[in-house]
Design a protein around this ligand. Structure first.
Ligand code: OFO
Length: 171
Protein backbone atom coordinates (compact mmCIF):
# COMPACT_ATOMS: atom_id res chain seq x y z
CA UNK A 1 0.00 0.00 0.00
CA UNK A 2 1.41 3.34 -1.00
CA UNK A 3 1.74 6.19 1.54
CA UNK A 4 -0.37 9.35 1.18
CA UNK A 5 2.59 11.65 0.59
CA UNK A 6 3.90 9.53 -2.28
CA UNK A 7 0.38 9.07 -3.66
CA UNK A 8 -0.21 12.84 -3.75
CA UNK A 9 3.16 13.51 -5.35
CA UNK A 10 2.52 10.92 -8.07
CA UNK A 11 -0.95 12.36 -8.75
CA UNK A 12 0.68 15.77 -9.21
CA UNK A 13 3.19 14.21 -11.59
CA UNK A 14 0.45 12.54 -13.65
CA UNK A 15 -0.87 16.06 -14.18
CA UNK A 16 2.61 17.30 -15.18
CA UNK A 17 2.94 14.49 -17.72
CA UNK A 18 -0.53 15.17 -19.13
CA UNK A 19 0.41 18.84 -19.41
CA UNK A 20 3.60 17.82 -21.25
CA UNK A 21 1.48 15.90 -23.73
CA UNK A 22 -0.81 18.93 -24.16
CA UNK A 23 2.17 21.24 -24.65
CA UNK A 24 3.69 19.08 -27.37
CA UNK A 25 0.33 18.56 -29.08
CA UNK A 26 -0.03 22.34 -29.15
CA UNK A 27 3.45 22.67 -30.63
CA UNK A 28 2.50 20.01 -33.23
CA UNK A 29 -0.56 22.06 -34.23
CA UNK A 30 1.59 25.18 -34.45
CA UNK A 31 4.09 23.43 -36.73
CA UNK A 32 1.23 22.20 -38.94
CA UNK A 33 0.05 25.81 -39.22
CA UNK A 34 3.47 27.06 -40.30
CA UNK A 35 3.79 24.20 -42.82
CA UNK A 36 6.54 22.25 -41.15
CA UNK A 37 4.94 18.77 -41.13
CA UNK A 38 8.12 16.98 -40.07
CA UNK A 39 8.45 19.14 -36.96
CA UNK A 40 4.75 18.56 -36.31
CA UNK A 41 5.28 14.80 -36.58
CA UNK A 42 8.14 14.92 -34.08
CA UNK A 43 5.91 16.77 -31.62
CA UNK A 44 2.98 14.38 -32.12
CA UNK A 45 5.28 11.47 -31.31
CA UNK A 46 6.57 13.36 -28.27
CA UNK A 47 3.00 13.88 -27.05
CA UNK A 48 2.48 10.09 -27.25
CA UNK A 49 5.62 9.56 -25.18
CA UNK A 50 4.19 11.87 -22.54
CA UNK A 51 0.91 9.94 -22.50
CA UNK A 52 2.99 6.84 -21.89
CA UNK A 53 4.78 8.55 -18.98
CA UNK A 54 1.45 9.62 -17.46
CA UNK A 55 -0.08 6.16 -17.83
CA UNK A 56 2.94 4.47 -16.31
CA UNK A 57 2.45 6.51 -13.13
CA UNK A 58 -1.32 5.96 -13.32
CA UNK A 59 -0.96 2.18 -13.57
CA UNK A 60 1.65 2.16 -10.83
CA UNK A 61 -0.62 4.01 -8.39
CA UNK A 62 -3.42 1.53 -9.04
CA UNK A 63 -1.10 -1.46 -8.64
CA UNK A 64 -0.01 -0.10 -5.22
CA UNK A 65 -3.58 0.36 -3.99
CA UNK A 66 -3.38 4.14 -4.44
CA UNK A 67 -6.17 6.44 -5.59
CA UNK A 68 -5.70 8.18 -8.94
CA UNK A 69 -6.99 11.77 -8.82
CA UNK A 70 -6.95 13.53 -12.16
CA UNK A 71 -6.71 17.31 -12.03
CA UNK A 72 -7.38 20.09 -14.53
CA UNK A 73 -4.69 20.44 -17.17
CA UNK A 74 -3.39 23.98 -17.71
CA UNK A 75 -3.64 25.44 -21.21
CA UNK A 76 -0.28 25.54 -23.01
CA UNK A 77 0.79 28.35 -25.35
CA UNK A 78 -0.22 28.05 -28.98
CA UNK A 79 2.33 30.08 -30.91
CA UNK A 80 6.10 30.25 -31.05
CA UNK A 81 8.08 32.84 -32.98
CA UNK A 82 10.49 30.39 -34.59
CA UNK A 83 11.15 26.62 -34.58
CA UNK A 84 14.17 27.39 -32.42
CA UNK A 85 12.10 29.18 -29.77
CA UNK A 86 9.66 26.24 -29.66
CA UNK A 87 12.46 23.72 -29.16
CA UNK A 88 14.18 25.94 -26.61
CA UNK A 89 10.87 25.98 -24.72
CA UNK A 90 10.65 22.18 -25.03
CA UNK A 91 14.18 21.78 -23.72
CA UNK A 92 13.46 24.10 -20.77
CA UNK A 93 10.28 22.17 -20.06
CA UNK A 94 12.19 18.89 -19.97
CA UNK A 95 14.66 20.38 -17.50
CA UNK A 96 11.69 21.35 -15.35
CA UNK A 97 10.34 17.78 -15.53
CA UNK A 98 13.74 16.41 -14.55
CA UNK A 99 13.70 18.58 -11.42
CA UNK A 100 10.18 17.32 -10.61
CA UNK A 101 11.25 13.69 -10.98
CA UNK A 102 14.26 14.36 -8.75
CA UNK A 103 11.91 15.74 -6.08
CA UNK A 104 9.72 12.64 -6.34
CA UNK A 105 12.81 10.48 -5.89
CA UNK A 106 13.68 12.52 -2.76
CA UNK A 107 10.21 11.83 -1.37
CA UNK A 108 10.56 8.09 -2.11
CA UNK A 109 13.87 8.12 -0.23
CA UNK A 110 12.51 10.02 2.77
CA UNK A 111 9.45 7.72 2.91
CA UNK A 112 11.70 4.66 2.53
CA UNK A 113 9.46 3.58 -0.35
CA UNK A 114 11.76 1.29 -2.31
CA UNK A 115 9.18 0.31 -4.89
CA UNK A 116 8.53 3.96 -5.80
CA UNK A 117 12.28 4.61 -5.81
CA UNK A 118 12.69 1.75 -8.27
CA UNK A 119 9.95 3.14 -10.51
CA UNK A 120 11.47 6.61 -10.35
CA UNK A 121 14.85 5.31 -11.44
CA UNK A 122 13.17 4.49 -14.77
CA UNK A 123 12.03 8.10 -15.08
CA UNK A 124 15.44 9.44 -14.06
CA UNK A 125 17.01 7.46 -16.91
CA UNK A 126 14.25 8.48 -19.30
CA UNK A 127 14.82 12.16 -18.54
CA UNK A 128 18.44 11.90 -19.69
CA UNK A 129 17.10 10.96 -23.11
CA UNK A 130 14.25 13.47 -23.01
CA UNK A 131 16.63 16.37 -22.36
CA UNK A 132 19.17 15.15 -24.88
CA UNK A 133 16.57 14.77 -27.67
CA UNK A 134 15.31 18.33 -27.26
CA UNK A 135 18.79 19.78 -26.83
CA UNK A 136 20.03 18.02 -30.01
CA UNK A 137 17.34 19.69 -32.06
CA UNK A 138 18.05 23.08 -30.46
CA UNK A 139 21.65 22.57 -31.53
CA UNK A 140 20.68 21.61 -35.09
CA UNK A 141 18.33 24.59 -35.40
CA UNK A 142 21.13 26.91 -34.33
CA UNK A 143 23.29 25.47 -37.12
CA UNK A 144 20.43 25.85 -39.61
CA UNK A 145 20.20 29.58 -38.83
CA UNK A 146 18.35 31.42 -41.62
CA UNK A 147 18.89 28.74 -44.28
CA UNK A 148 15.49 27.71 -45.65
CA UNK A 149 17.08 24.75 -47.45
CA UNK A 150 18.60 23.38 -44.25
CA UNK A 151 15.31 23.89 -42.42
CA UNK A 152 13.56 21.89 -45.15
CA UNK A 153 16.10 19.06 -44.74
CA UNK A 154 15.69 19.05 -40.96
CA UNK A 155 11.91 18.97 -41.39
CA UNK A 156 12.31 15.86 -43.55
CA UNK A 157 14.51 14.24 -40.92
CA UNK A 158 12.09 14.94 -38.06
CA UNK A 159 9.24 13.58 -40.18
CA UNK A 160 10.79 10.13 -39.90
CA UNK A 161 10.33 9.85 -36.14
CA UNK A 162 7.94 7.08 -35.10
CA UNK A 163 6.53 6.22 -31.71
CA UNK A 164 7.98 3.17 -30.04
CA UNK A 165 6.91 2.73 -26.44
CA UNK A 166 9.91 3.46 -24.19
CA UNK A 167 11.73 0.40 -22.88
CA UNK A 168 9.65 -1.30 -20.20
CA UNK A 169 10.71 -0.98 -16.61
CA UNK A 170 8.89 -1.42 -13.35
CA UNK A 171 5.98 -1.86 -13.21
FE1 OFO B 1 9.17 14.65 -21.55
O1 OFO B 1 9.22 13.55 -20.07
FE2 OFO B 1 7.59 13.17 -19.41
O2 OFO B 1 7.12 14.89 -19.08
Amino acid sequence: MIGKKMENAINDQINEEMYSSYLYLSMAAHFENVKLPGFANWMRVQAKEEDFHAMKFYNYLISRGGVVKLKAIAAPGSEWKTPLSAFEAAYKHEQHITSRIDKLADIADSEKDRSAANLLQWYIDEQVEEERNAENIVHKLKMVGDSKGSLFMLDKELGKRTFTPPAAGAP
